[in-house]
Design a binder for this molecule. Sequence first.
Ligand SMILES: Nc1ncnc2c1ncn2[C@@H]1O[C@H](COP(=O)(O)OP(=O)(O)OP(=O)(O)O)[C@@H](O)[C@H]1O
Length: 307
Amino acid sequence: MSQDVVIQSRQLTKTFSSGTAVNQLDLSIPKGTIYGFLGPNGCGKSTTIRMLTGLLEPTSGEIELFGIPIKHHEEALKQRIGYMTQAFSLYNNLTVLENLNFVAAIYGLKRTHRKARVQKLLQRYDLLGREKQLAGSMSGGQKQRLALACATLHKPELLFLDEPTSAVDPENRRDFWEHLFDLCDQGTTILVSTHYMDEAERCHALAILEEGNKRADGSPKNLMASMPATVVEASGNDLRGLKQSLSRHSTIVSAAQIGARLRLLVRQDINDPIGYLQSLSSSHHFELARASLEDVFVASTGGRHVG
Ligand SMILES: Nc1ncnc2c1ncn2[C@@H]1O[C@H](COP(=O)(O)OP(=O)(O)OP(=O)(O)O)[C@@H](O)[C@H]1O
């Protein structure tokens, strides 16, 4: 295996009594990448992350981190990885400083280093002056920054972030991504799960997950270029009626209204989608449009996740 691959999984599977949460997942994520898991609730993002961090034992399949099999090496690998959960895993009844010191103690940071490291993180994540504030009394954005400070306190080479921005507003989300790119610049590999398209678009590469299966993967640009459907926008009167009539055809993967246009995904095997659509409705205007990551997501999941 190449030294530069930080996360490798082969046929990774987890089955619960309720069913298969992750199904034969193959991953190969190079160092210094921000890699995304994009998918709806329940598609297996958290379960995969928990297996990759060594917290949950797979039903079958293999995982290597930094070329080291995770099995039997959990403790050694723990020092090299950071993990931030959806709930930010902070102690709400401890202060900002107490949370950081607690994490520092868990990772065995020496007292002499601890103070300087904590100070640096307080500054980096704009928490100076809040040292004595209870974590539970902070805003979503502040909690998120503290959680990131805690997850990176021991300078992990690999960082797992499970839906880190679900509880924050768009401005905080943008700032948070700036921090992620800073970390990435310093050589940290980051795996981030999300159900936000704009967030997925910022990743170097991503996997689209549905019901535990990987439906597509690659860079956002390549995914958009190789989308398995053609995007067409329709305009004219009664778009709701047009949507209803087109949705009856299995050749239309999805139809969603966006403002005064109806965005259509037409199955790839239709050679002349504009001519085809005109034959279905002569009173509307149809034109080809550029694919977005959302289109890729809809096409990869067969239109099952869009209304
Ligand atoms: N400990 C468990 N026991 C039984 N079923 C579980 C367990 N953990 C997860 N599941 C099931 O596995 C499937 C995948 O869940 P998972 O939490 O990994 O999805 P997710 O994509 O992270 O969604 P969310 O964003 O809602 O957390 C779901 O059907 C869930 O109910």
